[in-house]
Design a protein around this ligand. Structure first.
Ligand code: SF4
Length: 446
């Protein structure tokens, strides 16, 4: 049973040394009780207390890791219902499903294009996480052949989908040394599926149409020695799926152990790409650990991967780039110096506009603790002093003959002070929006 903050407090050293980052042991205990801190944060907890607190320190949702020959997909370890309470930790793995009844060429094409898909998004590489192979043929040999062919083109983690353990074992034979997910155990086959998963070191997906069914099955399967479980709330409508996934997350966070596992969602919509996209988006937001989609198409995948990034970035940590002087399109000594902050999206907005327009420029990125231009200016992190400091720190004056520096339009108010800080420079005020930079550079700086 989960312990209260006061119960946890009684097992802490009670010295209020602050090394855990909290002002008092009681504050730390309250955060532990709310699953918003890790016990490791206090270096002085005794072994005896650690053992007693183990339950409270155990994440309410088990971490399940699928391993392929090249890569892993992790799900679970989440501790909150809403990301603003703390953060979400493990991005749901996006898997593309192939059927073993499809033509070899169709499968090969889907796997090759899917596994090589990669897109740069504000400095992050977005990719899919693996493939799901459905044993639709019911033929052990066919499944084995498809898995073997798939392994020749990709090492990404795999999910094997089917209800017959004898058939699925044919696919598992080709995944020696890996940790795939086999999907799915239900009321009719759970014992044999549990034996198969336990014998092959695979995670096991459980299919059930209600909370009660999933909880009962997970307890029985756990008793057979399978710890890595994934729950599949198998319902028809999106609203029912949303309700079940939310209930599972809520109960898991209340330490109801039979539901303390990541979930999986299948966004299958019989060729309706719009609906498939909606189902997958819902699953990413609430609260799937793995999302399986049927269609591989960049216009479907890209927004899902971007959505995933937006949901799973830590809201307390701005995404930053390194403060530095960046070169765009091989600038020369007469090209302008643009200034911005080190908030990642701000940097990439400016850099992409200028680079895409084919215009050479120096881009001076100041250390504004990852804040955007206006926020940093309002917080006193982007001012004439910090810009002048960056100009000196990165030796900008040594790179150019024509000393033109362009302020973001929103901070035109800084131009007077910057003239005082950098008397050798001509201070220009650029546009407010990055999208207007190319036009401004062509008209004003030439
Ligand atoms: S580090 Fe441990 S002893 Fe120190 S304040 Fe935090 S909980 Fe208390």
């Amino acid at each position: 049973m989960a312990l209260s903050g006061i119960q946890i407090y009684k097992m802490l050293p009670q010295t209020n040394c602050k090394e855990c980052g909290f002002a008092t042991c009681l504050a730390f205990a309250m955060k532990l009780a709310a699953k918003q801190a890790e016990l490791d944060g206090c270096p002085y907890v005794t072994e005896e207390s650690k053992a007693a607190l183990a339950e409270s320190a155990t994440p309410p949702i088990r971490l399940v890791t699928l391993k392929g020959k090249a890569g892993e997909a992790k799900a679970g370890n989440e501790v909150v219902l809403f990301r603003h309470e703390k953060t979400f930790y493990n991005r749901p793995g996006v898997f593309i499903r192939v059927l073993d009844t499809e033509d070899d060429e169709v499968i090969e094409n889907k796997v090759r294009t899917g596994s090589s898909y990669s897109v740069d998004y504000v400095g992050m590489e977005l990719r899919i996480d693996g493939f799901a192979v459905e044993a639709a043929s019911g033929d052990r040999t066919r499944l084995a052949t498809v898995v073997e062919a798939l392994r020749a083109s990709t090492g990404l983690p795999l999910i094997l989908v089917g209800s017959d353990p004898a058939v699925l074992s044919g696919g598992l034979d080709k995944l020696e040394g890996e940790a795939p997910l086999i999907m799915g155990a239900d009321t009719s086959n759970w014992e044999a599926m549990a034996d198969l998963a336990a014998g092959r070191g695979a995670a096991l997906g459980i299919r059930g149409g209600s909370i009660e069914e999933l909880a009962q099955l997970s307890e029985k399967i756990k008793e057979k020695g399978v710890e890595d479980l994934v729950l599949y709330p198998a319902v028809d409508s999106m609203s029912a799926s949303l309700a079940l996934n939310t209930q599972i997350r809520r109960l898991a966070l209340k330490n109801f152990r039979p539901l303390g596992y990541p979930t999986i969602a299948f966004a299958a919509a019989s060729g309706d790409q719009g609906r498939e996209s909606l189902m997958a988006a819902q699953a990413i937001c609430k609260y799937a650990g793995f999302v399986v989609i049927d269609t591989f198409a960049p216009e479907l995948i890209y927004p899902l991967l971007v959505l995933r990034e937006n949901i799973f970035t830590d809201p307390q940590k701005p995404i930053q780039v390194l403060p530095a002087l960046y070169e765009i399109n091989s600038p020369g000594r007469s090209d302008p110096v643009l200034v911005t902050t080190n908030f990642s999206i701000t940097y990439f907005s400016v850099a992409n506009e200028v680079e895409g327009a084919g215009l050479p420029a120096w881009l001076l990125v100041t250390d504004a603790e990852g804040m955007s231009v206006l926020t940093a200016w309002a917080a006193g992190k982007f001012d004439a002093e910090s810009i002048a400091k960056a100009v000196k720190q990165f030796g900008v004056a040594d790179k150019v003959d024509q000393k033109w520096i362009v302020l973001p339009g929103h901070t035109a108010v800084l131009s007077g002070e910057l003239e005082e800080e950098l008397p050798d420079w001509v201070i220009k005020v650029g546009p407010r929006e990055a999208v207007d930079l190319p036009g401004y550079m062509r008209q004003v700086l030439n």
